[in-house]
Each structure stands twice: as structure tokens, then as C-alpha cells.
Design a protein around this ligand. Sequence first.
Ligand code: PRP
Ligand code: ZN
Length: 285
Amino acid sequence: MEKLKVAIQTKGRLNEASLKLIQESGIDLDVGRRKLLSEAGNFPMEVLFLRDDDIPQTVADGVADVGIVGENEVLEKQKRVVTAKKLGFSKCRLSLAIPKSTEYPGPEFFIDKKIATSYPNILNHFLKERQIRADIHLISGSVEIAPGIGLADAIFDIVSSGSTLVSNRLKEVEVVMQSEAVLIAKPDLCMEKQEILNELIFRIESVQRAEGKKYILLNTPNEKIQEVAALLPGMKSPTIVPLAKEGWSSMHSVIAEDDFWEIIGKLKKVGAEGILVVPIEKMIF
Ligand code: PRP
Ligand code: ZN
């Protein structure tokens, strides 16, 4: 039987979240030892561990069938891959930054300046659009130290929390693109592999749908059911089960964690009792 080869990052910002997503999708991976390849125990899939920079090429070449990588790498590398699904984690931006004490008049600042980056293509595109001629210095790591050691006037790099910029006395002056993790695939997968990929995406969506959602159970006097139901959106409509206690019912529904405290307050006011809130692992429609 065919196996889907999935490339993920060996270490770094994407590694942990990628592994977590795979494991929450019910796929067993042995990741104890640092390996180059790990076979799933209960799903037709193999995981290849690679540098994120190499993932688009590896997928385009068909050495891996799919990969989990930042949109920034996909755009930079310009390989023949398709984005099968945006994954919503590892959100960051690609920005231009300059020394904190330097005045910034606007993008014209960069005319004839040296900019250190690992993302020359994306930067080049940005500069070209604004007809700015600058000197791009390609550096593969620790880009943020370049201005401090006199190697560049500015940097173009990933910003997430912003702490790397702060600790290197830099300030973000232009956000060039937003990025997040995406699932990329080789454009012409065989049918068997495409089916495995579809199943993987189905599982990922079930896990992600449950994120930020809680299952709520409560007891209410029967005459309050309508009022309580109006407060509980649920997947279709709330489940209502009569209680042994005359005139009372138990209601079950799904609520968003963000609305949680507001809804609880309203439910109590209406007269709901014995409110239970439990986590949801997966949601399938
Ligand atoms: C990026 C970037 C910065 C840091 C920014 O490196 O090069 O060093 O993250 O994040 P912050 O704003 O939260 O401080 P990353 O760890 O992704 O490694 P890589 O560029 O080698 O893949
Ligand atoms: Zn990288």
C-alpha cells in the first residue's frame, strides 16, 4: 500500500506545532529519537524531518508528497507546489527593520542601503514595486545581528513576538507580508496518495474545528428552555433531555471559549443550574 510522505521541520518554530497537529489527528508517530524518517503506526504515512528552507523543493521534486511549512518559505522558493490547506499556526510576518535610533522617513530610506536577509526574492519584489534600488545581502542565519556589526543598514526577516528585534535594538518599519503554516502538496499526486491526503485534511479540520470550543451541559426548568436555547448556538440546535426531577430538563450544546463567561453569566440569570463545561477533542460534521 502507498504511503503519503510528509515533510516537516526538524526543529524550530514549526516543528512542535506540526507534530502536535499530526498527533491530535490520531496518527501515531515515533519521534523519541532524532530521526530523519518516522513511520506512522496506524496511518499510511511517513514523516521526513527537514530544514524548513528545503521543504518546498523536496515537495516539488516529489521526494516528499506534502509538507508543512511557512507561507514565507513557499513564496520565497517559488517551486511548483500547491497550497492544500492553511493551518492557522506559526503566524508571523516578514518585515523590514532598521536600527532603533535611526530616523525612518518612509520606504525611500532603503535607496542604496544594504539589507541583510534570507528572503531575497520576496524582498526584491517589494523593492521593485516601489522602484527602490537597494543592495541585498543574502545571509542564511542570524540576520538580526547584521546591522550591529556593520554588515548592513537594515534587515528583512521573520518577526513573530518581536523580541529578536528588541534585543538587537532594531525597529520594524515595513510589514511586507503576513505568514502562517500551510500544508503544501505536489500538484499531481496519484489517486491513492490524494485520498490519503484528503483523509489527513479531514482529520486536521475536525481537530481545528474543536479548537476554542467547549461542550456545555446544564439543567433548566422546562419553562426556561426557550430562553436558554436562545443563548446556546450549538452545532444545529441544543440537545434537550428530560430529567428525572419533574419539570426540569438537561440541555447540551457547543459554545466558543471566547464567549464563555458572557454566556455563563446570562445562563445563570435565566435560571440554569448545574452547569458543566467540558473540553472537545474533535468535531465532525
Ligand atoms: C526567526 C527570525 C528571528 C526570529 C523572530 O528565526 O529569523 O530570529 O525568528 O522571532 P521573534 O520576533 O519572536 O523574536 P527562526 O527561529 O524562525 O529560525 P530560522 O529563521 O532559522 O528558521
Ligand atoms: Zn528557516
